[in-house]
Write a protein of this length. Structure first.
Length: 153
């Protein structure tokens, strides 16, 4: 059970460190290209949700984020009472950490710091503008793990 407390704490701490590093090293507005130009490091302050949705409604974003965090924590707490279900518990813990990191940053600053995107080429040029952070990846991976085990819950 202890590991399902450590995972969210590690995600919040790790992503906080990466966000501070991004603020320091990417604040000049330049894009750093890596992996043959496929991985792009750039600083973006996102007041909304993915793809810039609800950017003019920061209170709604904060409220939605808070409700989803509470629901995730509740489901994880309920699952912790049952043996097994490791993928679902790990997924929920990752989602809790990622969501918690973004929530606390929204609460403090009114936005989330994003810093990595991918170059998908001309065919998927719209996706080239999407910028993520480590917490976003944790939420996504966590959701995949949870859904993968959901039929067995």
């Amino acid at each position: 059970m202890f590991e399902f407390v450590i995972i969210p704490v590690a995600v919040v701490s790790g992503d906080g460190i990466l966000k501070k590093f991004a603020e320091k090293t990417l604040s000049d507005g330049k894009t750093r290209r890596h992996a043959g130009g496929r991985v792009l490091l750039r600083l973006f302050h996102n007041p909304g949700v993915a793809l810039g949705g609800l950017k003019n409604h920061p209170r709604a974003v904060l409220g939605i984020n808070g409700v989803l965090l509470c629901a995730t924590a509740g489901v994880l707490a309920a699952l912790l009472r049952h043996p097994g279900k490791l993928a679902a518990k790990t997924g929920l813990a990752l989602m809790l950490g990622g969501g918690g990191s973004n929530f606390t940053e929204r609460l403090r600053h009114g936005f989330v710091t994003d810093y990595v995107s991918f170059n998908f080429g001309k065919r998927l040029a719209r996706l080239n503008k999407v910028v993520f952070n480590c917490s976003d990846f944790c939420v996504f991976i966590g959701a995949v793990l949870f859904v993968a085990e959901a039929p067995n819950l």
